[in-house]
Design a protein around this ligand. Structure first.
Ligand code: SAM
Ligand code: FES
Length: 358
């Protein structure tokens, strides 16, 4: 086991079989070593910095039926909302004043926000805050729409692959296509976005093989950002009563991800804080380097209920900012309020500039 961890640390590579072996045989002693290697790797690539993103959950209306998700279309108990373009821009204003330079606009798959409406919102945000980055997380759209949104100024796009195992994906996503989801990620990359993929840990029937497949898929895709969180059940979904993921299992996946894709931006998710009051600090200590405090209006926070007992639903944006900052400092890390672009992206820009100059 030690030799395997050393290989992972030195070479940032393991075969699928080695990952499965590691997942099935990792004891407490080696888990500590894994987290330490992940921390060292984060330090080597990104230093002590934790990047802050202001999250705006702008609609909980969704046309999809993901079995695990609390805002799935057929949950008639969900109290639905949409923020107007003005309300979204107002959230960005609040965020900008608090120092944020990345806004993550997330929603269900809500086609009320047409390409035209989205472009208008994006152009308004960019006109007001030209030094801020915009990340979209709105699900699957066509190549044309993705391209036009990119040209309107969107910098990054988050689209978790959810699980890289076809069988499991198809069971969990009725009416959706495994191939299309993966194709969207390729298309987003090709267009020029900084791309985020990712998956949930502890899905019903998920095995060590499935999780190893997730890591192999990510290694191959090489995204700029990787969102990994525990699956947490919601009582108004077909998966109610299922067990859900644990903080410990998610920490192992975060640490492995940091070691396999060392340059990625890796959030410490709200779902981790929901399962454990110290979950976000633990994630940062296992290689994560991004946090996404909430900028959504308090009136809608609890309505964006993907899972139960979500934290921070009653806290003002300024409170969240301070709370997270305190948590980051408490473990000896530093807050970075800059745009926090991925290293890969920065390198791409530098080489473009270089070829322009010579
Ligand atoms: N609709 C967009 C999409 O499909 O990418 C973005 C919003 S979606 C609700 C954001 C993420 O929430 C999903 O990618 C999924 O991984 C996560 N999620 C949904 N239900 C969850 C649950 N019950 N527990 C943990 N995470 C969940
Ligand atoms: Fe919102 Fe702690 S992050 S209160």
């Amino acid at each position: 086991m030690r030799a395997l961890l050393n290989k992972l640390y030195d070479e940032n590579h393991l075969t699928k079989e080695e990952i499965i072996y590691l997942l099935q045989n990792l004891d407490d002693e080696h888990q500590k070593i894994l987290f330490e290697y992940a921390r060292q790797t984060r330090l080597k690539y990104y230093g002590n910095k934790v990047y802050m993103r202001g999250l705006i959950e702008f609609s909980n209306i969704c046309k999809q039926e993901c079995l695990y998700c609390g805002i799935r279309a057929s949950n008639t108990k969900a109290d639905r909302y949409r923020l107007s373009p003005e309300e979204i821009i107002h959230c960005c204003e609040t965020g900008y004043q608090l120092g944020y330079r990345t806004f993550v606009l997330q929603s269900g798959e809500d086609f009320w926000y047409t390409e035209e409406k989205l472009i208008e919102i994006i152009q308004s945000i960019k006109a007001l805050f030209s030094d801020a980055a915009i990340t979209l997380s709105i699900g699957e759209r066509s190549y044309e729409v993705y391209k036009n949104l990119f040209e309107a100024g969107v910098d990054r796009f988050l689209l978790r692959h959810e699980t890289a195992s076809r069988g499991l994906y198809e069971k969990l996503h009725p009416g959706m296509s495994f191939d299309n989801r993966r194709n969207c990620l390729q298309v987003l990359k090709k267009i020029g976005y900084q791309v985020g993929a990712g998956f949930m840990v502890g899905l019903p029937e998920q095995t060590a093989e499935d999780l190893a497949e997730d890591l192999c898929f990510l290694k191959q895709l090489d995204p700029d950002m990787i969102g990994i969180g525990p699956y947490i059940p919601h009582c108004e979904t077909p998966l109610k009563g299922s067990k859900g993921g644990t903080v410990d299992d998610t920490l192992v996946m975060l640490a492995l991800t940091r070691l396999l894709i060392p340059e990625c931006l890796l959030p410490s998710t709200t779902a981790m804080g929901t399962l454990d009051p110290k979950g976000r600090e633990k994630a940062l200590n296992a290689g994560a380097n991004v946090v996404m405090p909430n900028l959504s209006p308090i009136a809608v926070r609890a309505k964006y209920a993907l899972y139960e007992n979500k934290i921070c639903t009653g806290d003002e944006a300024a409170h969240c900012r301070q709370c997270i900052e305190r948590r980051i400092r408490s473990i000896g890390l530093e807050v970075d309020m800059g745009r926090g672009d991925s290293l890969k992206h920065k390198r791409g820009q530098a080489s473009q500039l270089h070829s322009y100059l010579i």
